[in-house]
Design a protein around this ligand. Structure first.
Ligand code: AMP
Length: 116
């Protein structure tokens, strides 16, 4: 069940501000408020979905392909492809997800290190 009051839903409704990196019809990208690397951007679809699986199962193909192409657009905008980056999406309790609106973390700008 999607919680309309989660913080990213509020950001999408512009009830609270964000440090925007990119926005288009289907997606919004902004800097993480508590960065875990020199570059730490979050990408969210403008679609009410809790997790990656919820998004892939319920959004249409145009929405999904546009969102993932926008992830690449932001990678190009940030000029991080050459040195590398890490994409993460945490899902559910075991995945360590805190905000229940599907999002992708884009981490870059330094060596990110091992996952554990
Ligand atoms: P996750 O644990 O995958 O759900 O990640 C949630 C992320 O959202 C964390 O990295 C937080 O630092 C980040 N975050 C929480 N609130 C905000 C906010 N208002 N603006 C930007 N990032 C946020």
């Amino acid at each position: 069940m999607y919680d309309e009051n989660n913080i990213f839903a509020k950001i999408l409704r512009k009830e609270i501000p964000c440090d925007k990196v990119h926005e288009d019809e289907f997606s919004l990208f902004f800097n993480d408020i508590s960065p875990q690397a020199r570059i730490h951007v979050l990408g969210i679809p403008k679609f009410p979905c809790t997790t990656f699986s919820d998004y892939l199962k319920n959004a249409d193909n145009e929405n999904i392909s546009s969102f993932f192409r926008s992830v690449q657009f932001v990678i190009d905008k940030l000029k991080i492809e050459e040195y590398g980056y890490r994409l993460i999406t945490n899902s559910g309790e075991d995945g360590g997800q805190e905000v229940p609106h599907f999002h992708i973390h884009i981490l870059a700008g330094e060596k990110i290190g091992k996952l554990r």
